[in-house]
Design a protein around this ligand. Structure first.
Ligand SMILES: [Zn+2]
Ligand SMILES: [Zn+2]
Length: 368
């Protein structure tokens, strides 16, 4: 019989075409085989059988069991992989994978949904009440990304002959309001002109279930609706998990500024995050009994240990470590979801590899 899986992680690094697997199994192996190009089967003494889905197909080898190393309570393997068409984007060094990635529910996706014949409704994620029909949106635009706004700010206030230095990023953002019938797509929210909204109260509450969908907008005529309070419905409904905003922001920063270290702050809690790699294919438990595959993940090291964070910070400020440390600021819903997703990721990884020094190891994928 096939059992629920023990903690395991299979990681595919596309740039070096390497697939490595670690499985928390102390028992002696009876057999090890590939049931398909991307499924590894193991039977241990006593007859228990496990099946692990891999994030990338591997090359068939005749003596698979020879690839298995016993590493304490872990079985580890490194397996050769064939190069797929989808890997080529990573092998082309001139291609910035992170910059060309399209975030979920960005203005391109909404524009596509608006132009297809099947209507997309924006509904309350809590009760399903319809709030907006995308086909009624007259102008649909993306807000400049936060990075873009910061670069504009930088460019603006460092121009040598610039007299007026008072415009802050916030003020610039504040200047963006949707035109009548319009919708502006922000990183984690929609700014929607009130004239096309239905069933939404003055304080951005759902008139069906009273749940809070957002807040007042940048002008009297619009509301700021949080993506995670909404669902897109075109026969199937799709939701937006809050951590996705954090994932997009991290990918943006790594892609644009090549920062790798981040402090995420919320009131009293702090998280130090090190983005160790990106574009990684992973399968691991991720809170599921048999595990799931996540493509295009960030490999993330993190800690919430305040002493370690302070030590790391002071080393940075003394110039002992040369890399930039960027401070990120997320709404609390995003922070809470991010921490939960990181913890679930860590707990599905075998004991021996879920820590790296004082860092916890986790993966952030697009569909956790
Ligand atoms: Zn400046
Ligand atoms: Zn509702």
């Amino acid at each position: 019989m096939t059992l629920e899986n023990p903690p395991f992680v299979a990681e595919f690094l596309p740039r070096i075409q390497r697939l490595s697997v670690s499985i928390q199994l102390a028992e002696e192996l009876e057999s090890c085989s590939l049931s398909s190009a991307d499924e590894l089967q193991m039977t241990v003494k006593g007859g228990a059988r496990y099946a692990f889905t891999l994030p990338h197909p591997v090359v068939e080898v005749s003596n698979l069991v020879d690839f298995v190393q016993n590493d304490g309570f872990c079985k580890t393997l490194k397996l050769p992989t064939p190069i797929l068409q989808s890997d080529r984007v990573y092998l082309d060094k001139s291609n910035n994978v992170l910059m060309t990635k399209e975030p979920k529910w960005d203005h391109n996706e909404l524009a596509r949904r608006r132009s297809t014949r099947s209507n997309t409704l924006v509904r309350c994620a809590n009760c399903g009440l319809s709030l907006l029909n995308l086909s009624q949106v007259t102008t649909l635009r993306g807000m400049p990304s936060e990075i873009w706004a910061e670069m504009m700010e930088y460019w603006h206030c460092h121009k040598p002959d610039e007299g007026n230095k008072t415009n802050s990023t916030v003020e610039r953002y504040g200047n963006f309001t949707p035109s009548p019938g319009g919708l502006l797509v922000g990183p984690y929210y929609f700014l929607v002109d009130k004239s096309i909204l239905h069933n939404v109260g003055e304080d951005a509450e759902c008139l069906g279930c009273d749940s809070v969908l957002g807040e007042t907008g940048t002008s009297q005529n619009c509301l700021k609706m949080n993506k995670w309070s909404l669902e897109l419905y075109d026969g199937n409904s799709e939701t937006f998990q809050p951590y996705l905003h954090a994932l997009n922001s991290l990918e943006n920063s790594v892609g644009c500024t090549s920062s790798r270290y981040f402090i995420v702050e919320l009131e009293k809690s702090k998280l130090l995050v090190w983005v160790f790699g990106y574009g990684i294919g992973v399968s691991s438990l991720f809170g599921h009994g048999k595990g799931v595959v996540q493509q295009n993940c960030l490999k993330v090291f993190y800690t919430d240990d305040e002493a370690q964070i302070e030590k790391f910070r002071s080393e940075k400020s003394q110039g002992l470590a040369s890399r930039e440390l960027e401070v990120l600021d997320f709404p609390s819903v995003v922070m809470v979801d991010l921490i939960e997703k990181l913890r679930i990721g860590t707990s599905g990884i075998p004991d021996g590899v879920r820590k790296f020094g004082f860092w916890n190891v986790s993966y952030l994928g697009p569909d956790l």
